[in-house]
Ligand binder design. Sequence first.
Ligand code: FAD
Length: 390
Amino acid sequence: MDLLVVGAGLYGLTVAEQAAQSGLDVVVIDRRDHLGGNAYSSVDEATGIEVHRYGSHIFHTSNERVWQYVRRFTAFTDYRHRVFSTHAGTVYPLPINLGTLNQFFHAAMGPAAAQALIAEQAAQAGVDAESAANLEDKAVALIGRPLYEAFIRGYTHKQWQTDPRELPASVIARLPVRYTYDNRYFSDTYEGLPAHGYGPWLEAMASHPRIDVRLGVDFFDPTQPFSKDRVRGQAPIVYTGPVDRYFDHSAGPLAWRTLDLETQTLPVRDFQGTSVMNYPDLDVPYTRIHEFRHFHPEREDRHAQDRTVIAREFSRPAGPDDEPYYPVSTPADRERLRQYRELAEDEPGVHFGGRLGSYLYLDMHMAIASALQFWGQGAVTAGTGLRSAR
Ligand code: FAD
């Protein structure tokens, strides 16, 4: 073995694939029983519907290099993501656009009138976005109180399980309002879903004969041959698990939010007519409902016609045994992260990467770009042993 990759998510798989291409023998371990980390999906046998097991994943990028790279392993459909929001018994298109505004204000405004209205509502808030003391003040300063109350307040409250007045303003950088009817959720150049599913894409990335994948293997289990105890100092390691766990939480735990997805098969062909519906109101306990068949309209002939699969999404702080999904990143977390980064600098032959290893939210294309960049620096080459895995 020339390199151990801990974690078979998109970061780890990209590094493994690149290393194998350059002639290294790579072992990839993951404590889960499947490839792909959170991007994993599988086909529900009863309905033929591909279910995203960790929440809806849509691939999108404007990075030409990443787009060329991923298409070596899979073709993509021309799916374009659109999200809707059910507020007070009415469905609105998101992100907030001219359609949302005209429906919400029962108006027929053009772009200039809508812009003037939002500017007026934001000014009425009497708060400056730059100096806002909390998330609520900042949101109200950006889009005015009525839209904030309808689409942001309850959703944010449910996401963070915290009143937005107690969340830092920095949680939102901006709240884009589109003064057109464009309701494409992502504005990247390229977008789609892997044509044959995430499984075949991820398997293709791991299929190089120099890659040896071991699933159900925990790096911190001292009884297995690729454990931290046995490999550290013996071979270069790319570690994509939680950085605080690597150092036994010595500087304290980094806070994450997790999601509970309640997946259900319903006896109807089509439950909500779209892939993702948001629920921003506080009297509904979940934040969104995913309906997976809508990600692949081109597969309708293979989908059950009398049933559908949905998942209700609930958000809460992650406990020690939960899957970490989104970094919370309070000032205390950032201080801990600084300490872990210092420890990581001094850890010989180990590179920390991916969303868990760097404590950053990364979209799939960002994880892949970051792995390609790391590998492009010539970090590890055959026979160099330990010296420069970072
Ligand atoms: P991960 O996918 O988390 O992989 C890390 C792997 O390390 C995991 O498989 C884990 O099991 C393994 N591991 C951890 N500890 C150990 C250990 N001790 N031993 C062995 N293995 C270990 N991105 C998009 O581009 N589009 C989307 O629509 C999108 N939607 C998302 C929705 C949700 C709910 C979430 C949470 C993320 C979403 N993402 C989306 C982001 C996407 O999932 C990540 O960017 C990407 O999967 C990151 O890859 P990664 O390899 O860094 O991490």
